[in-house]
Design a protein around this ligand. Structure first.
Ligand code: PLP
Length: 415
């Protein structure tokens, strides 16, 4: 059995780390330095705290947590940072718990407009008995429809507005919504785009009118798997108190403190390389989309230069749908996921939806640039349009990956 576990790890590390084109938009890789900091005595320790620590032995855990608050606080110009949420979904749960009670109405993206399941009745919002009303979405421009959504706000007087999505091509119209939202809290779910925002790209939610950012720390932000909540500098103290109470004692007892040193390392690396990385991610996504489009793929939003984020979305309904296409690509060692598009019916959304979503953030970390984007687009064509033997494509993908085995945008320090 021991050998078997070792073998599974070896296979995973070879296959996904070295031989695949990893293009899942919600994944990334840690830098070698951050990875080194992932295993320590913090694994297995606790640090429950509100104003006071509840356990002894926590002085260094507290020190690393305070350091993270300081680094992120400086970047977002606020003292309101909490890195205890153990994932993006849990960060959202904490925000809901702080501001909403059972039966409350809130507005969030619709399921086929890129919502994450946590803001829908199938996920955390449903579990908490919240009523999630779908914001209107302009399915031509792939952005929230401000006029129509303003009418929803007037009609329902929601207790909270949630922005940010899992399928996320263009910035949210935060400023415009702030004008109609009045005092209603706006929470911006930056799970996907947190690394771009940290790098100064995409948009600046807190400056544009959001009250709170929730995020994952492992998607475009290339840190360890976890979550974070950051609030605007002038948030009322009692609102931040509600968030802190929602986090502990409300929802989280053990916040997986082993991940925090790696999170701090990633943030420091992002301070140094984040801007260059974020710019290259977006450039790669735009160039990759253009290449796919020229090869005959039905890439979404051609009139709007396809994307302003790390994502590219392709309508593959004529190629038998997102599930079939994603499975075929996996046979060529190209890893993407299916996704529902606005014209899909809810019931088809999880089975074989019309779209695939492609993320360029990880390949950018492996050092790929514009030239490689055109080569990868050809692997897509060979797999999906040319009906080539997929074993041959896979061999060529593995060969291609051999030149990209070192993670960029990070520090090289030997500890
Ligand atoms: C918009 C959005 N919010 C929240 C989450 C959940 O994040 P996590 O997987 O860190 O819980 C995701 C996950 O992909 C997401 O896309």
């Amino acid at each position: 059995m021991f050998e078997r576990i070792f073998e599974i790890l070896e296979k995973q590390n070879t296959w996904r780390r070295k031989q695949c084109l990893n293009m899942i938009a919600s994944e990334n890789v840690l830098s070698p330095l951050a990875e080194k900091f992932l295993i320590s005595d913090f694994e297995g320790r606790y640090n429950e705290h509100d104003k006071e620590p509840h356990y002894q032995g926590t002085k260094y855990a507290m020190e690393i947590e305070n350091l993270i608050n300081e680094i992120f606080g400086k970047r977002f110009n606020t003292r309101f940072v909490d890195c205890r949420p153990i994932s993006g979904s849990i960060a959202n749960l904490c925000a809901y718990h702080a501001f909403l009670k059972h039966g409350d109405v809130f507005i969030a993206p619709g399921l086929t407009a890129g919502a994450h399941v946590s803001s829908t009745r199938y996920g955390i919002a449903g579990v908490k008995g919240l009523q999630s009303i779908s914001a209107y979405f302009d399915s031509e421009k792939f952005i929230l429809d401000v006029d129509m959504t303003s009418r929803l706000i007037e009609k329902y007087n929601p207790k909270l507005i949630m922005l940010g999505r899992s399928m996320f091509l263009f910035p949210e119209p935060i400023k415009e919504l702030r004008e109609v939202a009045g005092e209603i809290p706006i929470v911006y779910d930056a799970a996907h785009v947190f690394g771009l925002i940290y790098g100064g790209e995409f948009q600046a939610p807190l400056k544009e009118g959001a009250d709170i950012i929730t995020a994952s720390t492992h998607k475009t932000f290339p840190g360890p798997q976890g979550g974070i909540i950051i609030a605007k500098a002038n948030l009322e103290e009692e609102k931040w108190d509600k968030i802190e109470k929602a986090i502990f004692p409300g929802i989280i007892s053990n916040h997986h403190i082993y991940r925090l040193p790696a999170l701090a390392i990633t943030a420091l690396e992002m301070n140094e390389f984040g801007e260059e990385y974020a710019k290259q991610v977006i450039k790669n996504a735009q160039v990759f989309a253009q290449n796919l489009y020229e090869l005959g793929f039905n890439v979404i939003c051609e009139e709007y230069n396809f994307t302003r984020s790390h994502q590219v979305v392709v309508d593959v309904s004529e190629l038998k749908g997102g599930k079939v296409v994603a499975e075929k690509l996996e046979k060529s060692n190209i890893i993407v996921n299916k996704i529902a598009l606005p014209w899909d019916k809810d019931k088809d959304a999880t089975h074989n939806p019309s779209g695939i979503r492609i993320g360029l953030q990880e390949l950018t970390r492996w050092g790929m640039k514009e030239k490689e984007m055109s080569e990868i687009a050809i692997f897509f064509k060979r797999t999906l349009l040319d009906e080539e033997n997929l074993e041959n494509v896979k061999k060529d993908v593995i060969e291609f990956r051999k030149d990209f085995q070192e993670i960029k945008y990070c520090k090289r320090i030997n500890f």
